[in-house]
Design a protein around this ligand. Structure first.
Ligand SMILES: NC(=O)c1ccc[n+]([C@@H]2O[C@H](COP(=O)([O-])OP(=O)(O)OC[C@H]3O[C@@H](n4cnc5c(N)ncnc54)[C@H](OP(=O)(O)O)[C@@H]3O)[C@@H](O)[C@H]2O)c1
Length: 301
């Protein structure tokens, strides 16, 4: 008997954020088709649960025509700080329409109308293309991802400190991307989030809030530091070009000047439960990192 499971194309399925959408879709009995750039990355997508692989590139219209054929829905997250992010997203929306795809979920950014930040402004043409289509869309406006805190684990573990290049008491809207992934999967498998544009934020937290939670959960004090941008970027070892780093520094300058506002109302309503809190994220982070560190120690012994 032929399978009637819906097929969803996931863009960024090998990434640390969109990769979280794959298991959420699998849990809802969806066949995940991953858009990956080459065969080596296909293995990563398969390990996360993708059943089908479309080798392609957001910069190749022909490959998007092929990748979107026969799918019921698409999840799209644009690559970070890419100069042609808007063109890539618009091309995907056009391919989706040509192939009669029904549902389209775009993981955009909170406050995309902040045109002083290029990575925010580049979401606007994609949103416009979605609104000017016949796709059944859901647009997600996630706040700063809590998972960015986890990228500082080596400094937290080895130096008992957590630094970011803006004041320690500046409050930033944050969201656990696992909640964003769950909402994306709901939007792609149910009707209740159709035609919604949702700000996704669990709350506003300062770095002092983050280190307080880290210190309590670890049982030893973690200091909140404020390094300059270049020191911070060098320590973070981000895989970015100078241009991408410049765009990121503008985001952090914006935080320094204004913080980042966000409200949890839409996230709570869309989930139908309380969002994952900062404390829950930190607890899970510590458990995950401690068990990964223990596995590494065992292998190295
Ligand atoms: N970080 C935050 O706090 C935050 C907050 C709100 C919104 N955002 C937005 O979230 C996005 C996060 O991006 P990320 O790069 O960090 O996410 P990511 O989940 O790590 O994903 C990057 C993925 O995109 C794929 N990719 C890159 N270029 C591609 C191309 N030309 N064609 C097809 N796939 C391609 C990569 O594939 P490979 O495996 O081949 O490299 C990888 O799977 C950005 O749009 C950012 O503005 C971030």
């Amino acid at each position: 008997m032929e399978s009637t499971k819906p097929i969803v194309l996931v863009v960024g399925a090998t990434g640390k954020f969109a990769g979280l959408v794959v298991p959420e879709l699998r849990r809802r009995n969806v066949t995940v088709r991953a858009l990956v750039r080459d065969e080596t990355r296909a293995a990563v997508a398969r390990s996360l649960g993708a059943a089908e692989i479309a080798i392609g590139d957001l910069r190749s219209i022909d490959s998007l025509a092929e990748a979107t054929r026969g799918v019921d829905g698409i999840f799209h997250l644009g690559p970070a700080f890419a100069s042609d992010e808007a063109a890539m997203g618009v091309a995907l929306v056009e391919a989706a329409q040509k192939n009669g795809v029904r549902k389209f979920v775009f993981s955009s950014v909170i406050q995309p109308t902040n045109t002083r930040l290029e990575n925010h402004a580049s979401k606007i043409p994609v949103e416009d293309a979605v609104y000017s289509s016949r796709l059944e869309y859901t647009i997600l406006h996630p706040a700063n991802f809590m998972q960015n805190i986890g990228m500082a684990w080596p400094s937290i573990r080895d130096h008992a400190s957590f630094g970011e290049p803006f004041p320690t008491d500046t409050r930033i809207a944050r969201v656990d991307y696992r909640d964003v992934a769950e909402i994306a999967a709901i939007a792609l498998t149910e009707d209740r989030l159709a035609y919604a544009t949702l700000d996704l934020c669990a709350g506003m937290f300062s770095r002092l809030d983050v280190v307080a939670a880290l210190s309590e959960e670890l049982g030893s004090p973690i200091a909140a530091l404020e390094p300059g941008f270049s020191v911070w970027a060098a320590q973070a070892r981000l895989p970015y070009t100078d241009r991408q780093l410049l765009l990121l520094s503008k985001v952090l300058d914006h935080y320094r000047a204004y913080g980042l506002g966000g409200n949890s109302l839409a996230l709570r309503a869309a989930l139908g439960r309380e969002p994952r809190s900062l404390r829950e994220y930190i607890k899970d982070l510590i458990a995950e990192k401690k068990s990964a560190d223990a596995r590494k120690e065992y292998r190295d012994a």
